[in-house]
Design a protein around this ligand. Structure first.
Ligand code: DGY
Length: 328
């Protein structure tokens, strides 16, 4: 019997490529070429599966041009690159890579919070540029982390892991806002109190965003929300570009209406709003929240498990639209 065929849209760990070759005819992209939408369609046509990274858009046009496609396995927990409604209508399964990245991404969120509050990259640039001549009492004085109020917007698995770090590691008071309130046990584990979004923005010393990107969460933080924040507060976005209005944020940072921001994701990334590149009080990283080698390998293996399980085995592990499975 011939093997199903898949496209791996970007370079992957060689051991994951080897695993997938045991089960599939594989069209790989180890050269890591950027695939235009037309090239993606050309490479995907006639194939049953795609191993995607979260950067390739699998939209209605791609789905219509690739009617043999049965599964998109995203090597990411976020899946705003997949048109799930159209996929479901066409009977195409989507899978993502949750859980395996939770603690690593929460570590990173906290690292970004700390770097922002304590002005780590700004002061390092100063030192590297040779401008450090002498000590001064208020040189790069930042804001405290321990004992302050942490506000988490988006209290899924990663949001809860950040809240636990704040409450248990840094003695922070934790408040959160979410589409739905957590149950009592989950709130107790994070020592977190549910508040409205406005109360969170007015009260928190550090605001961390961990909401999925949807049309409803577009510009969760814009000029009006920034205006509610304390001038000493910091904002961290490890969720997705588009959750924050980057132009409004750059203006607030420039005018010191908030103290600082830490951003791992950007509207239109890898392009970054030019105003963010010129304000000093922002820490910028290139979408590396889950980037440790063990975690990225676990994410890639989970995407591979989903392809293998769905196309050749007992079923996928982490389906996004399981109703497609029910119809089989
Ligand atoms: C995720 O898993 O969603 C990360 O942001 C990587 O894309």
């Amino acid at each position: 019997m011939s093997k199903p065929s898949i496209l791996i849209a970007r370079a992957v760990f060689p051991e994951v490529l080897q695993r997938l070759r045991q089960y599939f005819e594989v069209d790989d992209n180890q050269a890591d070429e950027a695939l235009s939408p037309a090239a993606l369609i050309a490479r995907l046509r006639g194939k049953q599966g795609v191993f995607s990274t979260g950067m390739e858009r699998i939209d209605a046009e791609v789905l219509a041009a690739c009617p043999e496609l049965r599964i998109c396995a995203n090597q990411a927990v976020g899946y705003n690159n997949l048109d799930i409604a159209t996929m479901t209508a066409r009977g195409v399964l989507g899978t993502n890579a949750p859980d395996v990245l939770t603690e690593t991404t929460a570590d990173f969120g906290f690292a970004l919070l700390m770097a922002t509050a304590r002005r780590i990259t700004e002061s390092e640039h100063y030192l590297r540029s040779g401008r450090w001549q002498r000590w001064r009492y208020d040189m790069f004085a930042g804001v405290d982390i321990h004992g302050t109020t942490l506000g988490v917007i988006g209290m899924g698995r990663i949001g809860q892991a950040i809240a636990r770090r704040g409450a248990h590691g840094f003695g922070m008071k934790v408040i959160y806002h979410n589409r739905s309130r957590l149950d009592g046990a989950a709130e107790a584990a994070c020592q977190a109190r549910y508040v409205s979004k406005d109360e969170l923005l007015r009260t928190a010393d550090h605001v961390v965003l961990v909401v999925p990107y949807t049309p409803q969460s577009h510009h969760t933080i814009g000029a009006a929300e920034l205006a509610l924040m304390k001038p000493t507060a910091t904002l961290v976005n490890i969720a997705r570009g588009g959750i924050v209005d980057d132009a409004a944020l750059a203006a607030a940072l420039r005018e010191r209406r908030i103290a600082g921001a830490g951003l791992d994701v950007f509207e239109g990334e890898p392009t970054v709003h030019p105003d963010l590149l010129t304000v000093p009080n922002v820490v910028l990283t290139p979408h590396i929240g889950s980037a440790t080698l063990p975690t990225r390998l676990a994410m890639a293996n989970l995407a591979a498990d989903n392809l293998i399980g769905f196309l050749t085995g007992d079923g996928p592990l982490t389906p996004i639209n399981p109703e497609v499975l029910d119809r089989k």
